[in-house]
Ligand binder design. Structure first.
Ligand SMILES: Cc1ncc(COP(=O)(O)O)c(C=O)c1O
Length: 150
């Protein structure tokens, strides 16, 4: 099951309270992998390092990441895997490669960005609440538009 904690391209859709937790519970019940797509929402964009951390007890098996890894200064992408999934690939290696895998210039931008985030920046603190109980509201933002508001 692939989910995005807050759907970006579909219209910045904030899920109703409890939705994400229930999706994870269904995945666990039927032994399905739970993939939290953090390409848009990750790296501090919703006030936490990763947006799944906004949801109680939610821990993805796989986490695609991108954009915010290096502030989009160069094309980048990756997948974070749980220990359990990573061990499968350690045991049964899947050898593949591509021209730009692990490019040093891109890797340097990732390291610099993460160092800056840790050392210089403060992740956006919570100062308000979306009706879903999930999102924080940025200074100056008067309201959130979302198909889930009632
Ligand atoms: C939520 C989400 N996942 C995945 C992708 C794909 O990322 P990329 O274009 O870096 O491969 C995008 C691209 O915008 C995205 O918004």
């Amino acid at each position: 099951m692939i989910c995005e904690p807050v759907m970006g391209a579909g219209g910045v859709i904030v899920p109703p309270k409890g939705y994400y937790e229930k999706i994870q519970a269904v995945c666990r019940k039927y032994d399905m992998l739970f993939v939290a797509d953090e390409v848009i929402c990750g790296f501090g964009r919703l006030g936490k390092w990763f947006s799944y951390q906004l949801y109680d007890g939610v821990v993805p098996d796989l986490m695609p990441i991108g954009k915010g890894m290096n502030g989009c200064i160069l094309p980048v992408g990756g997948v974070v895997a749980s220990r359990e999934i990573a061990e499968v690939f350690e045991r049964d290696r899947w050898y593949s490669g591509s021209t730009w895998d692990g490019h040093p210039l891109v890797c340097a931008t990732i390291v610099s960005n993460i160092e800056a985030m840790i050392g210089e920046a403060t992740l956006v603190p919570p100062i308000g609440h979306h009706p879903s109980g999930v999102l924080t509201v940025l200074p100056g933002a008067s309201s959130w538009k979302s198909g889930t508001e009632s």
